[in-house]
Design a protein around this ligand. Sequence first.
Ligand SMILES: [Zn+2]
Length: 320
Amino acid sequence: MLQATVKSKVVIEGVGVHSGVGCRVSILPASENCGVVYVLGDTTETAAIGSCASDVGDSGGVRANYANVSDTTLCTRLGYGKVGVSMVEHLSAALYGCGVSNAVLCVCGGEVPILDGSAAVIVEKVLAAGVQWQRESRKKLKIIQTVKVEEEGRWAMLSPSDAFLLHMTCDFSSKGLTTQPFLHEFSSERFITEVAPARTFGFLTDREFYQRHALAQGVSPENTIIFDKNGLPLTRSQVTKALARSSSAFGIANDTVTEAATDLRFSDEPVRHKVLDAVGDLSLAECEIIGRYDGFCSGHRLNNLVLRKLFADSRNFLVT
Ligand SMILES: [Zn+2]
């Protein structure tokens, strides 16, 4: 597989799901072997176009690499202190899904906009701008030995396979949903149709946790499916009523909510979304992945830990 970048600038903007404030990311073309690099602010845009990752890194950027993940609470955050970007997983997944391996991402607002809660909007914009294939091949990561990480009954595992397979099982029995297994054999086409449109989700029963920790300030029916205690997705008006009773938890402005029902895009949309997150998190290996990922109720933290464990021992993998 060849390396690729975007043919022209792509801009995504909207609310940040965690901060609740507006944010914007400009995706700029980059040269071969640059990798995906985040830089803060628009002022660097002109200088960043076409520049190499190492140059950008010297000016305060952060490379989209698993080793630069600094926080995995509800999302994946890259970088440290002020030079940090949250919520990179859907954008990372969209770029991997479109085959884009080199790009400079200029970020305003500290996080990637949540958009509709999925990767579909980003995929659509990247494809509309066009994918520019480059001359050099992308590095391949072949998994040679199985590695597994486990925490409190959840686990993530990488094992050898001739293709990039992702098998996720979500046990939502305590949340009123049935257990959802989903196997995805990655290809750009399948990712774009079967995984990228799956949206972020949450549970009404968790709202106090989010409130207490001032998390998920920007959640709205426009970007998150919210399930009730019986595992049913709330309609927009149900969300509005529920949130009004909890002193506007999730920061929903009543006047922006309309009465369209929150229909699921897939009957197993939550587990597909977990696969979307896993593709984004694993893309931080910065390689085309040849191996199998299995997850049981795993999330960003275990996804990052399993990559760290893989790369900690050179007998586990082969990069060519
Ligand atoms: Zn997600």
